[in-house]
Write a protein of this length. Structure first.
Length: 404
């Protein structure tokens, strides 16, 4: 879902927002048991016009304000989308071809997370025009989301970005480096064929090309820092067919990143499936796009492959929209989120879960409205985030067992 998000766009404004959130926390889960150890986070699109206006048009200040808002909600983890297209607009050695202003914004986002004692996942996607085949319209989605002709150029760029963050003294803050966004979706891997019987998922054969990109990034990131945690997959839905092809292609990663979204139920006028709901009996498109059923099917596929590595939810959530595929209302969005968090608590293979997203856009998936007021889902998030819990250990986060 991350679309064209990128770091663009400090004063702590936590008190007022926290008070407003706590006013609606009653919609959150009411259990008093201690939360199982997993990091609960928020995806930051850095695209809120309201926060940019509050910052007087200062992009760095706007970045910090986005992180401040996530901290006020109780997030312990943020997902930071980095745009390779903006970061390296021309070819060459990343040390000389990176745009220093864009790089500084990514570093500022990570530093703001560190200030709040939060952790971060950094996701790098979107190809510069020089990295894709000649003749494409550089501003077209086909060019922007085209896989690079040379996967190693992406790997070098990612390793350089990670190195700059380490050189800024922020190595301990970034606990995951995520390779691309939803390569199994035609929206983010436009050169693939659409899978027969699916609407947006690509033919699993396209996983071979993604694994080449993942392998280049894995090798470059590990060469620079063997302790780096590389997140592979970034799968839209619980796509077992694509994952199986990734295994066949020899995918290397430390944790599997997935986006377990729920699709619209045609039997209920298009209201999205809830976390424990799945219309597999009447909806042939449903199985990968069901939250609980889909994730458990994907974990079963991992078990068949002898893979005990952890699964990171680097995006998940529901919309508050009443349109097709939405929850139907802001209150239903909050109930879905609260129920999903309760389900995640029972999965010992999920060390991190990141809600999409902080501020509403046209999809209405935010925890905050466009005017930055809290939605009921913000109460569900904060009510869960404030429960007692501790940091997952490094083995859970990095997946020290299972395949290399």
């Amino acid at each position: 879902m991350a679309g064209a998000d990128s770091v663009r766009p400090h004063r702590p404004a936590r008190g007022a927002l926290r008070a407003a959130i706590l006013a609606v926390v009653a919609l959150a889960t009411t259990s008093t048991a201690s939360a199982r150890d997993f990091l609960l986070g928020i995806h930051l699109g850095f695209d809120s016009a309201a926060l940019l206006a509050e910052a007087g048009g200062d992009e760095t200040e706007a970045v910090r304000r986005h992180v401040d808002k996530a901290a006020a909600l109780g997030a312990r983890l943020v997902r930071i989308p980095a745009d390779w297209r903006q970061l390296q607009p021309r070819p060459g050695d990343p040390a000389t071809s990176f745009d220093r202003d864009r790089l500084a914004l990514v570093v500022a986002a990570v530093r703001a997370a560190a200030t709040h004692d939060m952790k971060a996942v950094v996701m790098l996607a979107q190809s510069p025009c020089w990295a894709v085949p000649a003749g494409l319209d550089c501003d077209s989605p086909e060019a922007i989301w085209h896989a690079p002709v040379d996967p190693h150029a992406y790997g070098r760029a990612f390793a350089f970005l990670a190195g700059e963050i380490r050189r800024a003294g922020l190595a301990a803050t970034v606990i995951g480096w995520e390779v691309w966004n939803e390569p199994n979706s035609i929206a983010f891997w436009p050169t693939a064929k659409v899978r027969a019987g699916a609407n947006v998922l690509v033919d699993p054969a396209a996983a071979d090309d993604y694994v080449a990109l993942l392998d280049a990034a894995y090798g470059a990131l590990k060469a620079a820092d063997p302790a780096a945690t590389v997140l592979g997959g970034s799968l839209a839905s619980a796509d077992t067919a694509y994952l199986a092809r990734m295994y066949a292609a020899g995918a290397r990663y430390d944790g599997l990143a997935i986006h377990p979204y729920a699709k619209a139920d045609p039997a209920r006028d298009g209201v999205a499936y809830g976390p424990d709901d799945c219309g597999a009996g009447h909806d042939p498109l449903a199985p990968p796009w069901c939250f609980e059923v889909g994730v458990e099917a994907l974990r079963a596929e991992m078990g068949r492959q002898g893979d005990a590595r952890p699964v990171w939810f680097t995006e998940f959530g529901w919309s508050s929209s009443a349109a097709w595929g939405g929850s139907g209302s802001a209150e239903a969005q909050a109930r879905n989120l609260a129920d999903a968090l309760g389900i995640i608590e029972g999965w010992d293979f999920v060390p991190a879960a990141i809600v999409y997203e902080l501020v509403d856009d046209s999809e209405k998936m935010g925890l905050l409205r466009e005017d930055l007021g809290p939605k009921p889902a913000a109460g569900a998030f904060t009510g869960f985030a404030l429960r007692p819990g501790s940091m997952p250990d490094i083995g859970e986060l990095r997946g020290t067992s299972g395949k290399d």
